[in-house]
Write a protein that binds this ligand. Structure first.
Ligand code: HEC
Length: 125
C-alpha cells in the first residue's frame, strides 16, 4: 500500500517535470542552424555587436522579452505599427523613430518550435 502511494507521488512528480521541461523552450544549437539556414537572419544580422544590414545581436535579449520577440518574428510590420513601449524603445535606441516601416523581414514562416529554438539561441549571444 505504502509503495503504491510512493509510486503515485513519483509519477505525479515525473509528469510535472516533463510538462515543465516541455514548456521551457527550445534548443539553442537548432536555433543557430535556423538563424544561419532557412530563416536567413544572418543575411542582415551579425551575432556580435557590429551592425551589418540590421543591428548586431550580441546581448540583444537584455532589451527584449521572449513574448515581444515572438510577435516581432511573426509580424515585424504589425509590431512596428502598433509601437508598444518595447518597440518604441528599440526604435529610439536604433534611431529609427521616424521610419514608417521596419527594415526587418522574415524570410520564412517560423513554426512555434523554430521560434523557441531561435529565442534560446538569441539568449546565448
Ligand atoms: C532583411 C534584413 C533582416 C532579416 C532577414 C532579419 N532581420 Fe532582424 N532586424 C533587421 C533590422 C533592419 C532591424 C532593426 C529594426 C528595423 O528597422 O526593422 C532588425 C531588428 C531585429 C531585432 C531587434 C534588435 C534590437 O536591437 O532590438 C532582433 C532580435 C532581430 N531583428 C532578430 C532577427 C531574427 C532572429 C531574424 C531571422 C528570423 C531576423 N532578425 C531577420 C533586419 C533583418
Amino acid at each position: 500500500m505504502k509503495s503504491r502511494l510512493l509510486f503515485a507521488v513519483f509519477a505525479m512528480f515525473a509528469a510535472f517535470a516533463v510538462s515543465a521541461g516541455m514548456a521551457r523552450a527550445g534548443d539553442a544549437a537548432k536555433g543557430k542552424e535556423i538563424f544561419n539556414g532557412p530563416a536567413a537572419c544572418g543575411e542582415c544580422h551579425r551575432t556580435t555587436a557590429k551592425k551589418s544590414g540590421g543591428p548586431g545581436l550580441a546581448g540583444v535579449m537584455a532589451h527584449h522579452t521572449d513574448e515581444w520577440l515572438i510577435r516581432w518574428l511573426k509580424e515585424p510590420k504589425k509590431t512596428w505599427e502598433e509601437n508598444d513601449p518595447e518597440t518604441a524603445e528599440m526604435k529610439k535606441r536604433l534611431k529609427q523613430q521616424n521610419a514608417e516601416r521596419p527594415g526587418m523581414k522574415v524570410r520564412k514562416n517560423l513554426t512555434d518550435e523554430e521560434l523557441a529554438d531561435l529565442i534560446e539561441y538569441l539568449h546565448t549571444l
